[in-house]
Ligand binder design. Structure first.
Ligand SMILES: Cc1cc2nc3c(=O)[nH]c(=O)nc-3n(C[C@H](O)[C@H](O)[C@H](O)COP(=O)(O)OP(=O)(O)OC[C@H]3O[C@@H](n4cnc5c(N)ncnc54)[C@H](O)[C@@H]3O)c2cc1C
Length: 480
């Protein structure tokens, strides 16, 4: 079974003035950033209004006061980092998951550091500013004050999550274990709430403050329950996805075809990914992100999977009829991110899967879209891409061979596809020069990139060197 190549039904050009989504996404980015800063400003204002600055005049009161403000800022950021990963559709669409995950990491580490600072300063202040009395005071506060025992338990949960998220530690932990531990963050945040409610004077000293904090906590909890739990359950039930067939694409790579009810109502776009759970036996509880490798046609879906471990290996032996649970769609590697007529799709290995879907799903005139594929042994989707080249004027560059060096994203056999230029002579060509000679106006295009982590860094470097603005680079890596 092979995917038929569909022509996009929409006649509206995604890059023309009728598509308001780029402007909507920009508004969401500005709005979300403003909301976060306003919340931070508001709690700081309340701290100042409550005499926070005057308290800095004394040693003990100063320590407690600084402890209060760091606790308030930490609480806002703690909630913000949960919302960032709550899969809120407008945020997903506006920022993309890569950017949300990076911001979540930054906000998460900052809130954790501030939370530790809050604990140290508050305790030190309560210990009359004497460092030696601080451990005893911490014990007294924990056992005597309402909600504090829970807050300490919450802090320990967050310590566990942060320790396993530090890069060096993360590399040693299996993804599944890291992900499971990461769920403790919800417990940590939840356990911190009661001490804020019962002892936090900032929360209770005015109606405005009480409303603000209750709203912030309620919105965060509702976001998680709605978009991380209820929506995936509803979509999986409504669409009742099942495996139709599993077809080999290349050694160690298979495509999985899926069908289900009312797939035209599943708001998926070519290039996006979902988290999939195949109900085929043990291991179904772990979801795996895979991108669509064909543009959705309202009747079926296709993903393409490279075997790298247990989960992906199990995909190769899925039987037709296997039920599938779906979370998503996610990702900005889609027409939504496009602002220009000319597009360039650059991928490596199975990273070409979403780009193959985009090459089919995007609208473009002959010559307006370029597909650049880096591969070591054999390119993927050869017949389908060649059909798109023939029927829709997709320009194709295939870059074969091993990587030229650790500092190069190109293959040793430069440009074996139509339109290849440099590399035929004996002089080694710099990656950036090769890129510029193949696509001289690349700085004027929207560029979609997908591949392994280090490789995409090198492509990003050369795209910046070629003058491509950041907001026209749409990048996804297949790593966590
Ligand atoms: C946004 C995104 C889109 C992806 N699209 C595709 C695709 O279209 N085709 C494809 O072949 N691969 C894709 N991947 C990679 C794919 O998800 C992993 O290769 C797969 O989950 C590995 O699982 P495993 O059990 O076989 O291997 P494991 O041995 O469990 O993991 C191997 C490596 O895969 C990564 N990984 C494992 N589970 C996850 C997870 N749930 N989320 C993120 N990373 C994980 C980790 O880096 C891990 O070290 C994508 C990844 C991401 C983040």
């Amino acid at each position: 079974m092979t995917a038929t190549i569909a022509r996009p039904e929409s006649t509206a050009h995604p890059a023309d003035a009728t598509d308001h989504r780029p402007r909507l996404d920009e508004a969401v980015r500005v709005g979300a950033t403003a909301v976060l800063w306003l919340a931070l400003l508001l709690v700081t204002y309340w701290w100042v209004a409550g005499g926070g600055l005057q308290d800095l005049g004394g040693w003990e009161s100063g320590l407690t006061s600084l402890g209060r403000v760091t606790g308030l800022v930490a609480s806002v950021l703690l909630l913000a980092q949960v919302v960032l990963m709550a899969r809120v559709p407008p945020l997903e669409a506006a920022f993309g998951q890569d950017r949300l995950a990076r911001t979540h990491r930054l906000v998460g580490f900052t809130s954790f550091n501030l939370m530790l600072t809050h604990i140290v300063l508050i305790t030190w202040g309560y210990a009359a500013g004497e460092l030696t009395r601080t451990p005893g005071t911490l014990w007294d506060l924990t056992v005597d004050y309402p909600g504090m025992l829970l807050a300490v338990a919450g802090t320990l949960c967050l310590c566990l999550v942060v320790a396993t998220s530090i890069r060096a530690a993360r590399r040693r932990v299996r993804y599944e274990s890291w992900h499971l531990l990461h769920l403790y963050a919800y417990l940590g945040v939840g356990l911190a709430l009661p001490h804020q409610l019962w002892t936090g004077q900032e929360l209770l000293s005015s109606t405005g403050r009480t409303v603000f904090w209750w709203t912030a906590w309620a919105v965060t909890a509702a976001a998680v329950l709605t978009w991380r739990v209820a929506l995936p359950v509803w979509r999986s039930t409504r669409h009742a996805l099942r495996v139709t067939s599993v077809v080999p694409e290349a050694p160690g790579v298979v495509s999985v075809y899926l069908s289900g009810r009312r797939l035209d109502r599943l708001p998926l776009e070519a290039g996006q990914f979902c988290n999939w759970r195949f109900l085929s036996g043990p291991g179904w509880t772990r979801s795996h992100p895979y991108s669509l490798s064909a543009a959705p046609d309202g009747r079926s879906l296709r993903i393409t999977v490279q075997v790298v471990g247990d989960g992906s290996a199990a995909v190769t032996s899925l039987r037709p009829g296997t039920r599938v649970l779906v979370e998503g769609p996610y990702g900005r590697l889609s027409a939504r991110a496009r602002t220009r007529r000319r597009v360039v799709l650059i991928g490596a290995g199975v990273g070409t899967a979403p780009l193959r879907a985009l090459a089919e799903g995007l609208t473009y005139a002959p010559g307006e879209a370029v597909y650049v594929e880096r591969y070591t042994d054999a390119p993927l989707f050869v017949r389908e891409i060649d059909t798109l080249a023939r029927e829709r004027g997709l320009r194709v560059l295939r870059l074969s061979g091993r990587r030229r060096s650790a500092d190069s994203w190109l293959g040793s056999d430069l440009g074996s596809g139509p339109g290849s230029g440099p590399g035929s002579g004996s002089e080694p060509v710099a990656d950036l020069d090769a890129l510029r000679s193949w696509i001289p106006d690349i700085a004027e295009c929207d560029v979609y990139v997908c591949g392994p982590d280090g490789w995409t860094d090198l492509v990003r470097r050369d795209l910046a060197g070629a003058g491509l603005p950041d907001d026209r680079l749409h990048l996804e890596t297949f790593s966590w």
